[in-house]
Design a protein around this ligand. Structure first.
Ligand code: HSE
Length: 318
């Protein structure tokens, strides 16, 4: 097979997924950090991995390519395409590990974007989601694309998937972003393991809870399409997963109270599996006030505010 180049480097942003509603379905790109992955063509059809650069992290990234989020999808890609060559991969973690900010998805997406650019026939975006999801599943233990999709596409996405034993079909919808929508993300500088935070969730919900959650999700998405921040604010709430995970995050209820007590805040919940916490706000000034209030409630944390925008997904670095 003819190759386009010998080496490529890609960046993929952090993401917040779930947005209180849409557990495992909804997410948005958070342009506050990202992971960078360099992929080079290797002569043998295997994947090799350099020790990852993950400054400040307590965790250790797996060195087995089948178990590392950035490379598990590449192993499958070599098998599926019967490639004659392999990949050598180097990862620079910019997203704190175990932060709930989509770090495993970002590494996985950056690896796939870089590798795809090296192929004569690159991957479609749908294929990239599929292979990135194989990597993400290694970390989280399940196939959900709510972090992979916004990290790849940018903006705000809905990712639904139909699963059968041989094939994963993922449908990504890029959702409209209302005007003046801002976000605060607070990272408490602690770690929560995603697999554990998923493992503690009760597998079933009542019919009543299902009806309420469906109503919230439908109203929230209607609010996006209607550019109606008040409608979104009335439904940006999680009564199912958040109460089961809040105890994993020290000071969660104080931070949430501080955010919700700030005028113009639409809602506040856990980012991913935690421990990061996000709040959506009406405009920049509210975001700044909410950030100050949230940091006051959690003085050891770091926090960022940013406008939610489209077009900030993964990219090749020239
Ligand atoms: N939706 C996922 C969760 C994100 O909350 O567990 C982390 O994989």
């Amino acid at each position: 097979m003819k190759l386009a180049a010998k080496s490529a480097r890609a960046f993929a942003p952090a993401s917040v997924a779930n947005i209180a509603v849409g557990f495992d379905l909804l997410g948005f790109a958070a342009p506050i950090a990202g992971d960078t992955v360099t992929v080079s063509i290797a002569p043998e059809p295997t994947v090799t991995l350099e020790p990852a650069k993950a400054p400040g992290s307590k965790g250790h990234l797996p060195t087995d390519p089948r178990l590392n989020t950035a490379t598990a999808g590449l192993v499958k890609l070599i098998e599926d395409r019967k490639l004659k060559h392999g990949f050598h991969v180097s990862i620079e973690k910019g997203i704190p590990m175990g932060s709930g900010l989509g770090g495993s998805a970002a590494s996985s997406v950056a690896g796939i974007v870089a590798a795809s650019s090296l192929l004569e026939k690159g991957l479609t975006k749908t294929e990239m989601v599929y292979y990135a999801l194989i990597g993400e599943a290694v970390a989280s233990g399940s196939f959900h694309a709510d972090n992979v999709a916004p990290s790849l596409y940018g903006g705000l996405t809905l990712a639904t998937l139909k699963k059968n034993p041989d094939n994963l079909a993922i449908e990504v919808t890029e959702l409209p972003i209302p005007e003046n929508l801002w976000c605060v993300v607070l990272h408490p500088n602690t770690e929560v393991e995603t697999k554990m935070a998923r493992g503690i969730l009760k597998p079933d919900i009542s019919l009543r809870a299902h009806i309420e959650a469906s109503g919230r999700l439908a109203s929230f998405i209607s609010g996006l399409y209607k550019n109606d921040l008040d409608l979104i604010g009335r439904h940006l709430r999680d009564d199912i997963v958040e109460p089961q995970r809040a105890h994993l995050i020290q000071g969660f209820s104080n931070v949430q109270k501080a955010a919700l007590g700030t005028s113009g805040v639409l809602g506040c919940s856990i980012s991913g599996a935690g421990p990061s916490i996000f709040a959506w706000t009406k405009g920049e000034r509210t975001a700044e006030s909410a950030k100050v209030a949230m940091l006051k409630a959690s003085p050891m944390a770091r926090a960022w505010s940013f406008a939610i925008e489209s077009g900030n997904g993964a990219r090749l670095i020239p």
